[in-house]
Design a binder for this molecule. Structure first.
Ligand code: NAP
Length: 236
């Protein structure tokens, strides 16, 4: 499988990096987008000269307004891969709310939605989370933003069902990345970023709708079946 022009949203993500390594030889050009320009440059510099030649970078402040003002929406992509996200909700304040909503939903989905309008073929991939399947007390805001992403991707999939554009939602379960550094996660339920990157590429090839590691598909089904009067008493 070959890609002409790829957009990676949240390109400093550990999962995104593994995905980039998987597809770079199959790609003509690639735009890496994130908030930290410095990290994007460092990453680009770490690649071989041949790979560097395929890559452009774009950074912004993470807000919808900044994307709207500065991104060139006339560019055409045949693959949009979104791995932007943040899961850091220690405070209930307006800045944390804005930042979480922007990172996990509004900025990446705004980009995806607008750019998908001019796509005639290709794939849109967005990493959501099982946290979006059902709200839990440990990550109320993160879960809500991921619910929004899962729902928006479902709507976009239905909208583009009669086109040549596939819309894929990824529910990766626990992944060992900088986002989960210091978190206690059972080994058996924790994937490496490269496992998730491979699942994504296989899903693109087979035009999947939703991608789960198999163990997390089971957990998701169970999680959704628990009646609310029991769910509200659970402490996880
Ligand atoms: N790790 C897990 O266990 C897990 C589980 C379920 C779902 N996920 C989801 O998987 C995706 C990738 O996560 P990861 O574990 O690889 O996390 P990660 O390494 O922490 O990467 C997330 C990246 O998102 C970028 N980002 C944040 N806000 C952004 C914005 N507004 N616009 C563009 N980029 C933004 C950040 O880079 P900058 O600071 O440079 O912007 C950061 O490097 C995320 O959507 C995450 O929610 C992860």
């Amino acid at each position: 499988m070959k890609f002409k022009n790829v957009l990676i949203i949240g390109a400093n993500s550990d999962i995104a990096r593994e995905f980039i390594y998987l597809i770079i030889d199959k790609t003509d050009s690639m735009l890496l987008l994130s908030r930290s320009n410095e990290k994007l440059i460092q990453f680009k510099d770490s690649l071989t000269e041949n790979h560097q030649g395929k890559i452009s970078i774009f950074s912004y402040d993470g807000s919808l307004e900044s994307i709207d003002d500065s991104f060139n929406f006339t560019q055409e992509f045949d693959l949009i891969f979104n791995a932007a996200g943040s899961n850091n909700e220690t405070n209930v304040d307006i800045e944390s709310f804005k930042s979480s909503i922007n990172s996990n939903f509004s900025a990446p989905f705004y980009l995806t939605y607008r750019l998908s309008k001019t796509m005639t073929s290709g794939t849109v991939v967005s990493i959501s989370s099982i946290a979006g399947d059902r709200g839990r007390m440990k990550n109320i805001l993160y879960g809500a933003t991921k619910s929004a992403m899962t729902s928006a991707m479902s709507g976009l999939r239905q909208k583009l069902a009669n086109s040549n554009v596939s819309v894929i939602t990824v529910i990766p379960g626990y992944v060992r990345t900088k986002m989960t550094e210091g978190h206690k996660m059972p080994k058996i339920l924790t994937s490496s970023p490269s496992r998730i990157a491979k699942l994504c590429l296989n899903g693109i090839k087979s035009r999947k709708n939703i991608i789960y590691p198999i163990e997390w598909l089971l957990i998701s089904v169970i999680l959704r079946l628990i009646p609310e009067f029991i769910f509200k008493r659970l402490r996880f």
